[in-house]
Design a protein around this ligand. Structure first.
Ligand code: SME
Length: 151
C-alpha cells in the first residue's frame, strides 16, 4: 500500500477521543507497520520529563530493549538534538547507531514538534535496504503534525 492511502485512517484513529492518546498512537504504529511492507518496526519516542533522554511511548513490532535513549546516542538521540529528519539507507554505515535487531537494514527518524519545540519523534526500522524516499519523509512529517495536534 502507498503511504498516501493511509492518511484517512491515520486521521480517523487520532480523532477518536474515546481512546487515550497512547492507545491512539499505538494504533497508528500498528496501521503503518501492517500496511507498509518495508515498515517493520514503528515507534514514537518522547523527551522523558526534564531529562536529557528519550522514552518509548508507543510502538508496533518486536519489543525493544531500548525504551530509554540518551540525547546524542544512536539515530534517535541525534535527532533529539539536531531537530532534523534523519534518513539512514544503510545502518551498517553509521558509527553512532543503536542496533535493536540484527534484521534491521535501514531507519528513518522524523522529529515531532509542538509549538516549534522538538518534543519527540517517530522512528521506523526496515528490514529492506535503502527503502525510504522523500514521500516517506513527507508522510511522516504529516503524521507527526497530526499527532502533535492531540498532545
Ligand atoms: N536504532 C535506533 C534505536 C531505536 S530502535 O531502532 C527501536 C537508534 O539508533 O537510535
Amino acid at each position: 500500500m502507498n503511504v498516501q492511502d493511509l492518511k484517512p485512517q491515520v486521521e480517523q484513529i487520532l480523532r477518536d477521543s474515546n481512546k487515550d492518546v497512547k492507545l491512539r498512537m499505538t494504533e497508528v504504529c500498528e496501521l503503518l507497520e501492517k500496511n507498509i511492507a518495508y515498515y517493520d518496526w514503528v515507534g514514537f519516542y518522547f523527551r522523558n520529563g526534564d531529562k536529557e533522554e528519550l522514552k518509548l511511548k508507543a510502538f508496533a513490532g518486536e519489543p525493544t530493549d531500548h525504551e530509554i535513549i540518551p540525547f546524542g546516542k544512536g539515530i534517535c538521540g541525534q535527532v533529539a538534538v539536531s531537530n532534523q529528519n534523519f534518513v539512514v539507507p544503510d545502518v551498517k554505515a553509521q558509527d553512532n547507531y543503536i542496533a535493536c535487531s540484527i534484521n534491521v537494514k535501514a531507519e528513518i527518524v522524523i522529529p515531532l514538534f509542538v509549538n516549534g519545540e522538538n518534543v519527540g519523534q517517530i522512528d521506523i526500522d526496515s528490514h529492506t535496504a535503502d527503502p525510504f524516499t522523500a514521500e516517506d519523509e513527507e508522510f511522516l512529517v504529516w503524521v507527526n503534525e497530526k499527532v502533535a495536534a492531540i498532545l
